[in-house]
Design a protein around this ligand. Structure first.
Ligand code: HEM
Length: 285
C-alpha cells in the first residue's frame, strides 16, 4: 500500500528506480561528521567507513561460505572464500590514501578522537572469529576470554568496547559452536582421509590428486590467512608513518606489559598470523 493515499501501488505509480535511491546515496554522503576543522579528518573518516563496509561484505560472504561447507558443498564454499580474499585485499588498498597524511596532519585532529580506536571495530572481531580465532584460557583460574581481552590493559577504549559489544560477540560466538572455518575445514578433511588433526592435512597433501576440491579449499583458506596478515601489515605501516616514533595512538588501553600501542600491534602480528594451526603445521613438516 502507498501510505500517502492508501491506494494500491501499481507499477506505473511507483517512482522509477534511480542510482541515488537504490544505493541511498543522500544518506550515505551525509554520514561524515568530523570532530575538528582539520583538513585530513574527512579522509580519515571515509577510509574507516569504507573498511567497515568491506568488513560487512566479508562477514556476509564468510557466513555464506560456512553454510556451503556445512552442507558439503565444497566448491560453493571455495568460490565465496576466494571472494572474501578479494574483498580483504581490496580493503587493504584503502590504507594508501592514509599514507599521504603527515604526522602533523594527523596530530591536528588525533587528540579529539581519544579514546576511540580501531581496536573497537566489532566487525573485525567477527571476521577473526568466523575464520577460527577461539576463546583462550587466561589468568590463574584459566577462565576463557577472547585473545584481545587478555592482550590489553583496561582503560576507556577497552571498557567502552566491552560495554557495547562484548555480550553480543559472546552470544554470536556460542551460537556458531564448532563451525568456524578452521574447525569446519579440519572436520571435512578428517572425514575424507580418515586421519586426525595435522595428520589429516599431511594425508591430504599426499592424496591431493584424489581429493582436489579439499586441497583447493585448504589453499583458499591459506590465502585468506595471508589476506588478514596483509591487513595487519598495511595497518602497521600506516600507524608507524602517521603516529611516528612516539607511538601514542588515540587509545588508552595499552598492551598488557608493554609500553606502547605499536608493541600491541607487533605482538598481534607475531602471535596471531597463523589461524589454521593444523594446516600450517602440516605445511611446515
Ligand atoms: C592513521 C591511521 C591509523 C592509526 C594511527 C591507527 C592506530 C592504531 C593503533 C595504535 C592500534 C592499537 C590498538 C590500540 O592501542 O587501540 C590500532 C588498532 C586497530 N586498528 Fe587502527 N589505526 C589507523 C587506521 C585504521 C584503519 C583505517 C582501520 C580500519 C578499520 C583500523 C583498524 C584497526 C583495528 C581492527 C585494530 C585492532 C587490531 C588488532 O587487534 O589486531 N585502523 N590502530
Amino acid at each position: 500500500m502507498n501510505e500517502s493515499n492508501q491506494t494500491p501501488e501499481t507499477p506505473e505509480s511507483k517512482e522509477p528506480i534511480s542510482y541515488w535511491g537504490y544505493i541511498n546515496l543522500d544518506e550515505l554522503l551525509s554520514l561524515q561528521h568530523p570532530e575538528t576543522d582539520a583538513h585530513d579528518e574527512l579522509q580519515f573518516i571515509i577510509v574507516h567507513q569504507t573498511f567497515e563496509l568491506w568488513f560487512k561484505l566479508a562477514i556476509y560472504e564468510l557466513e555464506g561460505a560456512i553454510k556451503h561447507l556445512k552442507s558439503n558443498d565444497i566448491s560453493g564454499g571455495i568460490r565465496l572464500l576466494n571472494r572474501v580474499g578479494a574483498i580483504l585485499r581490496t580493503a587493504v588498498k584503502g590504507f594508501d590514501p592514509l599514507m599521504t597524511m603527515s604526522q602533523q596532519g594527523y596530530a591536528e585532529f588525533r587528540d579529539a578522537l581519544k579514546p576511540a580506536s580501531g581496536f573497537q571495530s566489532m566487525q573485525f572481531r567477527v571476521i577473526e572469529t568466523l575464520l577460527g580465532f577461539e576463546r583462550v584460557s587466561s589468568g590463574e583460574n584459566g577462565e576463557k576470554c577472547f585473545y584481545w581481552e587478555s592482550a590489553v590493559q583496561a582503560g576507556a577504549t577497552f571498557d567502552n568496547f566491552m560495554a557495547k559489544y562484548h555480550d553480543q560477540l559472546l552470544k554470536d560466538y556460542e551460537a556458531m559452536g564448532q563451525d568456524n572455518l578452521r574447525r569446519l575445514m579440519l572436520r571435512l578433511t578428517e572425514n575424507a582421509v580418515g586421519a586426525k588433526g595435522v595428520e589429516a592435512y599431511r594425508e591430504l597433501e599426499e592424496r591431493r590428486s584424489e581429493l582436489p576440491e579439499l586441497y583447493t579449499l585448504a589453499e583458499a583458506a591459506r590465502d585468506l590467512q595471508q589476506a588478514l596478515l596483509d591487513f595487519r601489515l598495511g595497518h602497521h605501516k600506516v600507524t608507524v608513518f602517521t603516529i611516528g616514533k612516539h607511538m601514542a595512538g588515540t587509545s588508552d588501553s595499552h598492551a598488557a606489559g608493554h609500553p606502547s600501542c605499536a608493541e600491541y600491534l607487533l605482538n598481534v602480528i607475531k602471535d596471531r598470523s597463523v589461524i589454521f594451526l593444523e594446516l600450517e603445521e602440516a605445511a611446515m613438516s
